[in-house]
Write a protein that binds this ligand. Structure first.
Ligand code: ADP
Ligand code: VHF
Length: 361
């Protein structure tokens, strides 16, 4: 059942930080800051993932309708992020808490070096007692470089640093059996991993700044819970919501975690959108990788290699019928790998410790 928070990622959605008129809700922000600072002082390790840059920028700068939406987002996020982080800095300073700003793109999770640099930075900040505040770098994260939304970023960050808890704060109490405004809708309080078709409850509506909506929250929560991370979707507008979550008394949707996965596999589990290269394997290799006994992927079982990758990058694995069967981490670069395709007595391209076969997690 629910455990107290120990190492957690807290994600705050734009709609929590704004009023219904779209203007920043500084009182709410100040309340949440005080709760987070208090929790941190009690010894809980916290990384904050905060949206709000676009919302903060939009209230300062009015842009003509005709301006392209991407340019608008770039202008509002780049100006708004300054105000967002400054507000956090000042509010946390009232609680003698120092903050750091980390702006990331999807590429930072795709590239093993970026990934490790980011992880080291976050862990280094935590060790110094500094609170990292993460947001997407909206100025350069356009279309294919974009996360679905900050719920995805928060879930990826939780897996990256091996957090035990993920808290997604939004403007409703959690996931309901229908639209929350509908009187017949009921709050789903506990979600077990085997619960299927939950997505059917969710309507496409989202807040005026929200990007992925409740469906991404659900998918990201299920993914994190599958990796062994407990997840709470809760209402950031509720007084003392964070301490209620910590003490197990919050009204929210709780996702029961599965057995924790090895941390290298956590990184891979999120890799479907982040792979750098692809390997096609033959029938024999497929059999070896999908049986109960663990095996590494050797070049002799490889039919084809595509993409340009370095040692440490994520590879997608498919079989001879083009079915995607899993993901793995490259032990050497594509340049070296293509020369070894089909050869005997070669070092594995993917070591079993860094192999993630779907359905065998
Ligand atoms: N079944 C559902 N349960 C809860 N919320 C839902 C459901 N279906 C749609 N929603 C909508 O999802 C919204 C939250 O998503 P979003 O606006 O993206 O949040 P955030 O900005 O916090 O990331 C809620 O305000 C609610 O209107
Ligand atoms: N990076 C954007 C937020 C994008 C986003 O995911 O928003 P939300 O759905 O409100 O968490 C910003 O700071 O405005």
């Amino acid at each position: 059942m629910m455990k107290a928070l120990n190492f957690c990622i807290i994600k705050i959605g734009s709609n929590v930080l704004t009023n219904v008129d779209g203007n920043p809700d500084f009182d709410r922000m100040s309340h949440l800051v005080s709760e987070i600072a208090h929790l941190k002082k009690s010894g809980v390790k916290i990384i904050l993932v905060s949206s709000g840059a676009v919302a903060f920028g939009r209230k300062e700068i009015t842009l003509a309708e005709r301006i392209n939406p991407v340019t608008k987002k770039q202008i509002w996020s780049s100006t708004g992020q300054i105000e967002l982080i400054n507000t956090y800095k000042n509010l946390f300073a009232n609680h003698q808490t120092q903050v750091a700003q980390i702006l990331v793109t999807k590429e930072d999770f795709r590239d093993r070096k970026h990934f490790l640099n980011m992880k080291n930075c976050l862990l280094g900040l935590l060790e110094q007692g500094i609170l990292p505040i993460v947001n997407e770098n909206d100025t350069v994260a356009i279309t294919e470089l974009m996360f679905t939304d900050n719920d995805e970023l928060a879930s990826l960050t939780a897996a990256m640093v091996d957090a035990d808890s993920l808290v997604l704060l939004t403007n409703v109490n959690g996931i309901y059996t229908g639209h929350p405004d509908n009187e017949d809708s009921e709050l789903l309080q506990v979600i077990q991993h085997q619960d299927k078709n939950l997505g059917n409850y969710i309507t496409a509506s989202k807040s005026s700044f929200g990007r992925g909506g409740m469906l991404t929250k659900l998918n990201m929560a299920l993914k994190a819970a599958n990796l062994g991370i407990q997840v709470f979707i809760a209402n950031g507008k509720t007084e003392n919501i964070i301490s209620q979550i910590h003490s197990g008394t919050a009204t929210c949707t709780y996702f029961q975690p599965q057995k924790a996965k090895q941390s290298s596999k956590k990184w891979l589990a999120h890799g479907m959108n982040y792979y750098k290269g692809a390997v096609k394997i033959n029938k024999g290799a497929r059999l070896a990788l999908t049986q109960q006994k663990i095996s590494s992927l050797l070049p002799i079982g490889i039919i084809e290699i595509t993409g340009d990758f370095e040692k440490g990058d994520i590879l997608r694995i498919s079989d001879d019928t083009d079915s995607i069967i899993g993901l793995g981490r490259a032990e050497y670069s594509s340049k070296v790998a293509v020369e070894k395709v089909g050869l005997k007595n070669q070092k594995p391209l993917i070591h079993y410790n860094y192999l993630y076969i779907f359905g065998h997690e």
